[in-house]
Design a binder for this molecule. Sequence first.
Ligand code: GCB
Length: 583
Amino acid sequence: MIYPQNNPFRQFQDLSGFWDFRLDPADKGLSQDWARGFPPDRLIAVPSSWNEQFQDTRDYLGAGWYQTRFDLPWGFKGKDLFLRFGSANYLAQVWLNGVKLGEHEGGHLPFSLEAGSHLKPKDNLLVVRVEGLLAPDRVPPGKVPADPKDGFNHSFNPPASFDFFPYCGIHRPVLLVATPHESIQDVTISTEIAGKTGRVKVDILTGFSDSLTARFCLTGYGRKVVALEKAGPGKTKALLQMPDAKLWAPGTPHLYQLKVELMRNNEAVDQVDLPVGIRTIAVKGERLLLNGKPIRLRGFGRHEDFPVTGRHLPAAVVVKDYELMKWVGADSFRTSHYPYAEEILDLADRMGFLVIAETPAVGLFFHPEGLAKRLELCRQSTQELIQRDKNHPSVILWSLANEPHSHRPAAKGFFKNLADLARGLDKTRPLTLVSYIGLKEEAFRFLDVVCVNRYFGWYSEEGDLDKACSKLPKDLEAIHRRFRKPLILAEFGADALPGHHAEPPEMFSEEYQAEMIERYWRVLARLSFVAGAHIWNLCDFKTAQAPHRPGAMNWKGVFTRDRRPKLAAKVLKKLWGGNPSRT
Ligand code: GCB
């Protein structure tokens, strides 16, 4: 579904707010027909994670029931009507006025359910059951059977097989959406540069049987280019050639406005507006090229994580995070380890950040138990992610997974399957996955960019930055010699407890983190095949409980969880030449 918009033909209403809520630890809600309404025991804020809002729900991952009532807004009647969830973790089932509309598995991607035939003018009852249990046949998996060969421990409580808290709930807005019956169902934009001309290719999809006219209009920077095409049923293509195109890039995130109108007898029946950044992204030999020029990313791995709201990032925090990244001089980030909210990507387009967009496939293991289902879920999320984010100029790379345990024989074929799927859906962006095994990661033979995570000086060479910094170039050079592709160091870093100091620097001190970052950066500067590096992490973030996570926190943030700078932030600002207007 096209991201909901308000214009003369399309409307949406945000249903976010305070909803009724009830925990269902005995899982009796389904058999007791709570789908038709249930006696609530508390109110909850939507969107947000339930784990952070109440004293008794921190580690609760079982079923939670939500309900709210709403009237049909003026002007929605007679339109095609949908309920659209930005995301709910992990499994959501939805009923409207007692009728099941559908369900969705997977925590970080939107889903839309057709609602029109069940909506009344007044007092509609929307009930949602969300359940976030960890299980081996889910993605990301949890409660993974222990295997020392996988090189990770299973001591987290709750039993996540990934290093962030398994927040549950309705994490992004719930929208009631109205679109016209004769509508544009999908828009796909891709851009090329030919000399000074920006070539903007637009494909639209329409579902009705008649042939109408589609009017495509691209405007910006004092210019306007228009194309008229016969439209539908099915796909319609247009090519808009923008002379003297202003290209999109970090620092100059030029955006044009595309308006697509569907016309019947010269009168518009639908309209969709989208920003367009004209840019190319390509891999050539060992280089990653943006608009034909080599780039070297500098930025962060991140999390959607904040006190009280959990996995929902309020708008003010989204702005703050961009401000902090600009302040230190970052130009990019990875949506580790799952797709981020669409609003975050909209801002990346507008503010000129480069994004590695990652699927929720983190902590994948390859024991036979549940493997076929995990592959199916990975295919689903890859497809949903590309469908959702394909038009963002900021997105330059798809990451199919983070740190899969892919040295196991059963992993053979798994990523080829996903890569073929992704390439079929988007031929314009390179593919990667983020590996900890590096040299032995067979998937790098057919992926375009090599991404590795390295923790020399932390999980090995503990406390010894001399050893770490002599191992780093040797390791990266060996990986490079094997694959001869652009290489991104997708994670490196050290935990630093805010306010903990040590001279000479030692592990967990702010000094050790700052020195590690600075020394890694100097090593990387000498390696010409390095197409970028991302520090782990922008901010401290919540994890499940484990002996190596004091206070159930990962302290590798360069900023604290409440967004205050550590020493490393100041060091980075000098290293990266942070935004001088924000001193
Ligand atoms: C990693 C993971 C990341 C962890 C990080 C750490 O390799 O990709 O999810 O948080 O290490 O701090 O251990």
